[in-house]
Ligand binder design. Sequence first.
Ligand code: GTP
Ligand code: MG
Length: 204
Amino acid sequence: MIIQSAKFLISSPSVAKCPNSNVPEYAFIGRSNVGKSSLINCITGVKGLAMTSSKPGKTLLINYFNINDSWHLVDLPGYGFAMAGKKTRERLEEMIYGYVNHREQLTCLFVLIDCRHKAQKIDLEFINYLGENGIPFSLIFTKADKLSKSALKIQIENYKNTLLETWEELPPIFITSSETGKGKEEILTYIEGINEQIQCQREQ
Ligand code: GTP
Ligand code: MG
């Protein structure tokens, strides 16, 4: 897919205030600092479109981006932001779960995972929640540039094996680096395929 336009649309504090649209919607979620906002900038090719930071907890609202005037990309706040106070954590949790449970336009949720770490409880719990609740999701391993090819392969294999302890089937998996652009085309092609399917269904 060629990105012709990528524009910031709106920041919403809750699912109730999200845009009333009918275009397919794809959202990025994952632990704080995993690289959600960076990957949005990478796949759209627009530097600074989503705000990034080396400090966790940069994205604190549901941020909408309008892509090619035909679909939405959503940057969600990170979960498990340990440094935030209890109130902020609860507010973010409400925002995230409100969004994933009630956003009917959500076509696919991309769960981002830092490829350098072995499977973390907080991610596995979130993935299990999505599976149990029938929320469509895919996995994206981020920061692939930080590992050697062989170390990356081992990490991904280990992660898959951990998931297969609970699930019979694996979700679609992407491996990315916002530094090198690795995985960008695969994600865009995947989104394009789903958009085409939706378009076909709507025309029937
Ligand atoms: P929150 O909004 O706080 O939840 O974080 P986020 O998940 O949006 O992370 P963000 O994109 O702000 O990136 C966090 C840090 O990781 C920044 O310092 C980025 O430069 C760095 N980073 C993100 N992606 C990559 C990557 O693919 N490779 C490398 N080397 N660094 C990355
Ligand atoms: Mg962010």
